[in-house]
Structures are given as structure tokens and as C-alpha cells.
Design a protein around this ligand. Sequence first.
Ligand code: GLA
Length: 344
Amino acid sequence: MAVLAWAPGRVNLIGDHTDHTGGLVLPMAIDLGTTVTGERGGDLVVLRSATEPEPAVVPLDIEDPAAASPGWARYVAGVVAEVRPAAGFTGEVETTLPIGAGLSSSAALEVAVAVAIGFESSGLDLAELCQRAEQRASGVPCGIMDQLTSAIGVDGHALRIDCTTLTVQPIPLPDDLEVVVVDSGEPRALAASAYADRAAECQAAQAAIGSLGEASLADLDRIDDQVVRRRARHVLTENRRVDEVAAALVAGDRAALGSAMAASHASLRDDFEVSTPTLDALVDSLGRIDGVIGARLTGAGFGGCVVAMVERGTAMELPQRHWRVRPSGGAFLAKVGIDEVPRP
Ligand code: GLA
């Protein structure tokens, strides 16, 4: 029987580098995503991609996903190693997401593959499985934000996620605002090793003063290492900004939205040090466009994309690739010929 699985990418409105400390995030699933179509059966997972010259061919008993080749097959292998399906799969992958630009193309691939090859459980289980797959495939100790958003996105809403309790509160996006994602064009060099360094610094901060979700700014004085102290200050202040932005969206408070986004970018630049001169210049230039309420780097940083909240209909004539994205629903599976395929 033929199946079709779809999983969206995501953009994070605010709350970056907080998920790996169990903090707060406010991402939304977007109407760009990845589709896997094909048939279950056999003893291999074989996927061809419209954007890749070589297929992914993964045995069901794959042991070391990080060694799979070509590169994109590692993510498929990570999922197969976690799902351990009883039967294989042969099919195609197509995506409307830019690859590796910071819109979670890897999470969308993982979630779509897991659903296509037959993983059936809650959205949270799906997300946790795909997070482990990503960690095994890439070696990056990523948090849960990307996979959870792709798995359980809510149409028309951003998601306030508490990454300790894993409670999710959908926050409606006002109809008169639009979310625009702009690709800096800068490849995310060093992202993997620098991400692991930042995560380790956050762990060092938590070892010194306990959970950053419960610490106060005064507690930061007890961290001797100045770099670790700045990393922790970013997490503390960013957690607060997530709630400021959630409240500002509900109230339609443009001033609060803009200032929290600006403060987030400054904190990621100065305290967490994951911005680049290109991202800073892009945020700055977007901020000068009439109708732009706020802009900040989004995702892991070190290159990649900037997110801007704008008044609906704002003209954005930009030299960079950019997308007006809509908050979308999460992953779904359709049995082709039996179910009507829902439209993202
Ligand atoms: C990457 C990771 C996420 C999150 C962001 C930064 O996208 O996969 O878990 O940590 O970076 O907020």
C-alpha cells in the first residue's frame, strides 16, 4: 500500500539556545516541508531525493547511522536505527524547504521518514525519537524544539514549549502580522562543534547554580567563569523574553514585540556569541524597513536565517532569498488511495 508522509520545517520566533537547558521556546511549524511517498516492504529503506544525486539505502539493522553515506542518508539511517521497523520502504523524498539554511530541513526529513516507515505513537514520542535520530546522525547534542514543532505544529499558532515539562501552549498569531524568514546566505560553518561547546557551557552553568529555569540574575554572580556566566545570562533573559513575546502576540503589542526581538538578537550576539557580522547587518537593515516590527537571528546561529515580524502586506524588496511563512499544522500520514490527502 502506498503512503504519503508530510512534515513541516519550523521557524523560531524567540527562545534560542534555551531548549537544551530545559528552557522556554516559541517556534511555529511553517508551510514549507518535506514529503515522503512510497511503499512499505522489503528489508531495506531506499529513498531517492529530488535534490540529491545519490539515494539513501539503509539496512534495517543499521548499527552506526553517522557512518552512512551520502551525507543526507545519515538522517534516514538515524531514524531507521531508532524505529527499527519490521519492514523496509521504497520511495521518494521531495521538499519545499531550503536545505541547511536553519529552517529545520533535517528535522522535517526525520519526522517524515519516521511516519512513512510506520512509527505510530504520540507526537511527543515521535519528536523524542527523531531528536535521538538527529543526535546520532549529526553528533550534535540538539534540543527537542525542531522535532517537536515539526511533529505537533498547530495551524495558525506558534507553540510556547516548556522544554523541562514538555508542556505545549499554542499561541495564536494575529491575522494582521506576517512572519518573514530571510536567508543570510551565509553557510552555518562550525555550527556542530560550536553548538556542542555552547551546550557544554550551559551545563557548566547549571552545575554551578542549578537549573537556569529557576535561577535569578543575582545567582549569576556565583559563576566564576566569565564566559559561562554570559552564556547563562543569555538563557535566563531569553526565557523571560519568550513569555514577553507570547504576551505581546496575544495583546497585539508591537512595541513589546519589537523590543524583545531586538534584545534577543543582542543577547545571542553579545552573551551567547552565535551571531555573525552578516546576520547583524541583516537584522539591522530589516529593522529600518517601514512595517517591520522586529527582527532577530533564528535557530542555532553561526549563519543561516533571520526572522522578521512584519505588518501584513509590508513590501519586502530584498536581495536575499526570503519566504513569507504561515504557521502550519504538524506532520501527517495518508494512505494514498484510501485517505484524502490533507493540504498543509
Ligand atoms: C538548533 C537545535 C535546536 C535549538 C536551536 C537553537 O536548531 O536543533 O534544538 O537548540 O538550534 O535554539
